[in-house]
Design a protein around this ligand. Structure first.
Ligand SMILES: [Zn+2]
Length: 455
């Protein structure tokens, strides 16, 4: 009988090798689920758009990629065609994944494409529009169903894990323009050709051992605002168009879009559905070049870290909001009432929770995920401070509580650091500590995952 054992063990070893189980190879799973809201529905993103949308031009999706290393460490990346997932939803879904699958919080990350032609996702942008009780109930019902679908898409990706070949490439696309235009009266939303941009297009590919393309996760730092406030149909904007183009060119492949630090970046030109499609094709062409060109294997081990800090707002007083009650802009009156109610409870809003996350794959790739509408300077500075890391720096991760400016942008003023805070129901601009607090935390989380900072 002993003679039979040798070929048997050899067969197992052979199968294990054939299954891609060598020490540094990853396994991967992919999943997708439709998250289009029921019509008619209130879209988010523009305060001027108060009529419900009645039509779906293209469906919206939540998609997930799950990665696992030979030691069992996992990472699940969830992407959504949504304006911004609030922490109330992403933390609920993360808690379910932790309880059901034994993941740690740092092993699951949520990103929002920031399409402005998607549904209101309560309680994101709580002061953008006002709703009757009946409307709010319907919006909250969608938010609850959305949480269930996001939990399902994570289940699906984990259940789909099989041996894989994972690789990363980079290309570029140049339709993102810095939108902070300087004028004699301060910065306005426009086009600033000399402002900072980041045109990097990371392309993460997941193939079966036979080379078949199972998924491609690509990313870009630019608002999904080709479609403006005059548009009122469900659509994924340029990111939706790019995902559809890639999926139709590669049947059976799931294309996932991740929004990077595009807080101060708009597509240029913009304003029509034709331009949304055109930018989508431009981005899809960048992804195709990434697929065809040289790539770098992404290997085990997977290490992940997650921290929650509190970012301080600039000092404010009760009197300031008493005065704001008289403002002619209705959303400012509403913000004043919110803030006065907080003062009356004895809990004026002084700070906001802020998540920083990193997922690192050996020295091959590191995904740094920041909450909020992060301006592009954070990506550029992170790349300078971690020059040896192959970095993807994503904003709009885990929570979208407001814009995240740098000190420079805080001092310049304008929409992102100041005016937008009204729609987010925040008291006002951040204190100037915001940038260093975030970078201190980035360095802590990057150290935890083994990333090397510049000497
Ligand atoms: Zn935005």
């Amino acid at each position: 009988m002993a003679a039979l054992k040798i070929p048997h063990l050899a067969a197992i070893a052979f199968l294990a090798a054939g299954a891609g189980a060598s020490a540094d190879e990853l396994s991967a799973g992919v999943s997708r689920i439709k998250i289009t809201p029921p019509m008619p529905f209130q879209l988010s993103g523009y305060a001027s758009r108060t009529n419900l949308a009645t039509d779906v031009r293209t469906d919206l999706w939540a998609k997930a990629v799950a990665l696992r290393d030979p030691d069992g460490a996992r990472a699940v990346i969830v992407t959504t065609d949504l304006i911004g997932l609030p922490k109330e939803i992403s933390e609920d879904v993360a808690a379910r994944a932790i309880a059901k699958h034994g993941l740690s919080r740092s092993q699951v990350i949520f990103n929002s494409s920031h399409t402005h032609s998607g549904p209101m996702v309560r309680p994101n942008l709580p002061n953008l529009l006002q709703f009757t009780d009946g409307q709010a109930t319907r919006l909250d019902q969608y938010a609850r169903e959305l949480a269930g679908r996001l939990a399902s898409v994570i289940d699906g990706a984990l259940a789909d894990i099989t041996p894989a070949r994972v690789a990363i490439a980079h290309d570029t696309a140049d339709f993102a323009a810095n939108r902070r235009e300087p004028t004699p009266n301060g910065f306005k939303l426009g086009v600033n050709p000399s402002g900072p941009v980041d045109h990097d297009v990371p392309v993460l590919t997941i193939r079966a051992p036979d080379g078949r393309l199972r998924a491609v996760l690509f990313a870009y730092a630019c608002h999904n605002t080709t479609l403006t406030g005059t548009w009122n149909m469900i659509d994924g904007d340029y990111a939706g168009a790019a995902q559809r183009q890639i999926e139709s060119a590669h049947p059976g492949c799931t294309a996932l879009f991740m929004m990077l630090c595009g807080g101060d970046q708009n597509p240029n030109p913009r304003n029509t559905i034709e331009l949304a499609e055109q930018h989508g094709l431009t981005l899809a062409a960048s992804v195709e070049r990434g697929l065809a060109g040289p790539s770098r294997p992404v290997r085990a081990p997977i290490r992940s870290g997650h921290r929650l800090i509190r970012l301080e707002f600039a000092p404010h007083t009760r009197e300031q909001f008493v005065k704001e009650l008289e403002d002619k802009i209705v959303s400012r009156q509403r913000r004043a009432r919110l803030m006065l109610a907080a003062y009356d409870r004895g809990q004026p809003v002084r700070d906001v929770p802020y998540p920083v996350q990193a997922i690192r794959f050996a020295g091959d790739l590191c995904l740094l995920g920041l909450g909020g509408e992060v301006v592009v300077d954070y990506a550029l500075r992170s790349k300078r401070e971690f020059p040896a890391e192959n970095l993807i720096v994503a904003g709009y991760c885990n929570d979208v509580m407001c814009y995240i400016p740098t000190v420079r942008i805080l001092r310049e003023g304008g929409y992102e650091p100041c005016d937008s805070m009204v729609y987010y129901g925040q008291p006002g601009p951040f204190a100037e500590s915001v940038e260093e607090m975030i970078f201190d935390t980035i360095h802590q989380v990057m150290r935890e995952v083994g990333a090397a900072a510049a000497k």
